[in-house]
Design a protein around this ligand. Structure first.
Ligand code: NAD
Length: 487
């Protein structure tokens, strides 16, 4: 049984309050994590505040060097990290392994390239006067992250925040506290000084305490509902906020697309991570004359997916992360069926896997805009397919949601592809591709999907304040706009 502690000021501290961590594949308790209250959160923020001046003064090359070591350390520990991720949140080891490797790659990207985005910039004005723009750390950053990529997403914030000279108090999801603790241990082992990163495990109440504490910024990834709540609480203290929230991405297939490729992409995109990814084809729209063959191929491939414990090497889809998430998904499917949707396959717990939080990969057709599956984020293994008959209708359907995270368009006609990409209301568009992730490309959402920027130069600058310094070198002493106005 794993026992959780809090990392505060470089020390691992036990906490009286605890909560249980369950293995979603079996429903069994495998750890007891610490539940940080207001007192512990305040201590962590004080430790981060104390460490800030010294860390800010550290040369950026030294900070970057530590992150190169963190990237390497993650690869060295890949076996234990991928197993822990699978145990805590259920996904197949194959996918956990990709997360571990991608995390290392992204950290090394920040370590190697981040410095270039933090260098001051000169702004020439005239022969006597010049300006520079400096990028300075914000201070103490509260990093609050979800469970669905428990190693990758925290480091999207922790790496650029620390590289820019901030210090961090990190609150992992209550569903993945032990992966969160590993992040603290890896940073310590790679040489991050005491207090520069602090880890407070806990639930929403721990997050609330962090948001209302004496921090300078909140970097949040999670549901739109919690994001709105955090925005309200942060307004009181005028904390800087970065919000990466939920999504309901459209996947649009035109008649001239490579249908086989589109089906394979849609099935993988929708069911990887058991359908629990922010960017995923949550609403699939297919042009009418290819709809029947697309649906037939999609259902056939879905039926071939192997559902089981993520620790088994043959598994394609593991359990959902929790009973609560499965109940929410079940209600969304029931609502759709009540309003006329057809279940083409799945739609229930698998008969042979009653213990964990499993749900069969499910395909719904005959869906209509008033159904929950079209209006709410569907965060589980359910694909929702509907039909359109022209580009304007496809756009109206795709944009008919409060969310604006990603979209995927499948066509060989680059004119259609580019017109769609400019008119889709979202932060990321993939053409004949789905959910690729490159550290040098921005990861962004609009509308109810948030207002944060991750990865790329934008993800680094998210964690700095911009300072403008103007210098007059002594020439051009007469300023016609100074007093006295009368002469
Ligand atoms: P969630 O909003 O329930 O929780 C996210 C984090 O916030 C957790 O650490 C949680 O403990 C904490 N929290 C909960 N209530 C809080 C409160 N009142 N104050 C402060 N913190 C609080 O989300 P989740 O279920 O963990 O994650 C799934 C959601 O995250 C989905 O909506 C998904 O689309 C979204 N997500 C978005 C992105 C992106 O890049 N846009 C990436 C991954 C996940």
């Amino acid at each position: 049984m794993l026992e959780g502690k809090l990392l505060i000021g470089g020390k691992w501290i036990p906490c009286k309050s605890k909560f249980e961590s369950l293995n979603p594949a079996t429903g069994e308790v495998f750890g007891r994590a610490s539940l940080a209250g207001k007192k512990e959160v305040t201590q962590a923020v004080e430790a981060a505040r104390l460490a800030f001046p010294e860390w800010k003064r550290t040369d950026i090359s030294e900070r970057a060097g530590i992150f190169i070591r963190i990237g390497e350390e993650i690869l060295k520990r890949s076996q234990e990290l991928k197993t822990l991720i699978t145990l805590e949140m259920g996904r197949p080891l194959f996918e956990s392994n990709i997360e571990v490797r991608k995390t290392s790659e992204i950290i090394k990207y920040f370590a190697n390239e981040g410095k270039n985005y933090l260098e001051e910039e000169a702004i020439p004005i005239n022969p006597h006067e010049s300006s520079i723009t400096r990028f300075e750390p914000v201070g103490v950053v509260g990093v609050i992250k979800p469970w669905n990529y428990p190693l990758l997403l925290p480091f999207w914030a922790i790496a650029p925040a620390l590289l820019a000279g901030n210090t961090v108090v990190f609150k992992p999801s209550d569903l993945t506290p032990f992966a969160g603790m590993e992040i603290g241990k890896i940073c310590q082992d790679a040489g991050i000084p005491d207090g520069v990163i602090n880890v407070v495990t806990g639930d929403g109440s721990t997050g609330e305490s962090l948001v209302s504490s004496d921090i300078d910024m909140v970097s949040f990834t999670g549901s739109s509902q919690t994001g709105k709540h955090i925005m309200k609480s942060s307004a009181e203290k005028l904390h800087r906020i970065s919000l990466e929230l939920g999504g309901s991405d459209a996947f649009i297939v035109f008649r001239d697309a490579d249908i086989e490729e589109a089906i394979n992409g849609a099935v993988w995109g929708r069911f990887m991570n058991c359908g629990q990814a922010c960017v995923s084809p949550k609403r699939i729209f297919v042009e009418d004359d290819i709809a029947d063959s697309f649906i037939e191929g999609f259902v056939k491939r879905t039926r071939n997916l192997v559902i089981g414990n993520g620790l088994d090497p043959g598994t394609d889809i593991g359990p959902m992360v929790s009973l609560e998430q499965r109940e929410k998904l079940k209600l969304q499917v029931e609502d759709a069926v009540r309003l006329g949707a057809v279940i083409e396959c799945g739609g229930k717990k698998p008969a042979a896997l009653q213990d964990g939080f499993y749900y069969e990969p499910t395909v719904l057709t005959g869906v209509t805009p008033e159904m929950k599956v079209m209006n709410e984020e569907v965060f589980g293994p359910v694909a929702v397919i509907s039909v359109f008959d022209n580009m304007d209708e496809a756009l109206a359907l795709a944009n008919g949601t409060v969310y604006g995270l990603g979209a995927s368009v499948w066509t060989k006609d680059m004119d259609i592809a580019m017109r769609m990409s400019s008119q889709l209301e979202c932060g990321m568009v993939w053409i004949n591709e789905i959910c690729t992730l490159h550290p040098q490309c921005p990861w962004v959402g609009i509308k109810h999907s948030g207002m944060g920027k991750d990865l790329s130069r934008y993800g680094v600058r998210e964690f700095v304040s911009v300072k403008h310094v103007n210098v007059n070198f002594g020439g051009g002493k007469t300023r016609g706009w100074w007093f006295p106005y009368g002469k």
